[in-house]
Design a protein around this ligand. Structure first.
Ligand code: HEC
Length: 134
């Protein structure tokens, strides 16, 4: 009785600090989004390719879109594409969870989810040589 209780107390702060991504969100992604966006968010599925789905594993895409935009796309869909509105089927928490989940695809080391070791800093560009004195 005591052990599971302690475990819950120890684990709870870690869960609270992390984005609200639990197994339910992963399952939701797999059931409702992965057919087009891919389990890995790269859009590399049969439907994804057919519908011209882009990749969320793209640092530039992640930089260009803030959470509000991503949330709006999920809730309202993207007109003129096969991305439909999911707003009437999802709770606000589920939408937040999906936004956070999409962020986990970000390959950039500057954001929270680091899946690969950061790239070493680029070598300093050498200064041009001074002009030859005549
Ligand atoms: C039937 C295929 C399909 C399904 C299922 C689908 N999407 Fe999309 N989604 C698209 C297409 C097509 C686009 C528009 C092209 C693009 O932006 O990659 C898009 C765009 C988006 C965008 C905006 C991308 C941008 O650049 O503005 C987000 C965010 C998104 N989808 C999230 C989701 C989530 C979350 C789910 C599951 C709840 C989901 N999609 C389910 C096809 C789909």
């Amino acid at each position: 009785m005591i052990k599971p209780l302690l475990a819950a107390i120890v684990v709870a702060p870690a869960l609270a600090a992390a984005a609200p991504i639990g197994p339910a969100i992963v399952k939701l992604w797999e059931q409702s989004c992965a057919s087009c966006h891919g389990s890995e968010g790269d859009g590399d599925t049969r439907l994804g390719r057919a519908y011209g789905v882009g990749s969320f594993r793209d640092e530039e895409w992640q930089d260009r879109h803030d959470d509000a935009e991503i949330r709006r796309a999920i809730e309202e869909g993207k007109p003129t594409t096969r991305m439909r509105a999911f707003g009437d089927q999802l709770t606000a928490d589920q939408v937040d969870g999906l936004v956070a989940f999409i962020r986990t695809f970000d390959p950039s080391p500057k954001r929270k989810v680091i899946k690969e070791p950061p790239v070493p800093p680029r070598q300093a560009i050498p200064k041009p040589l001074p002009p030859i004195a005549r």
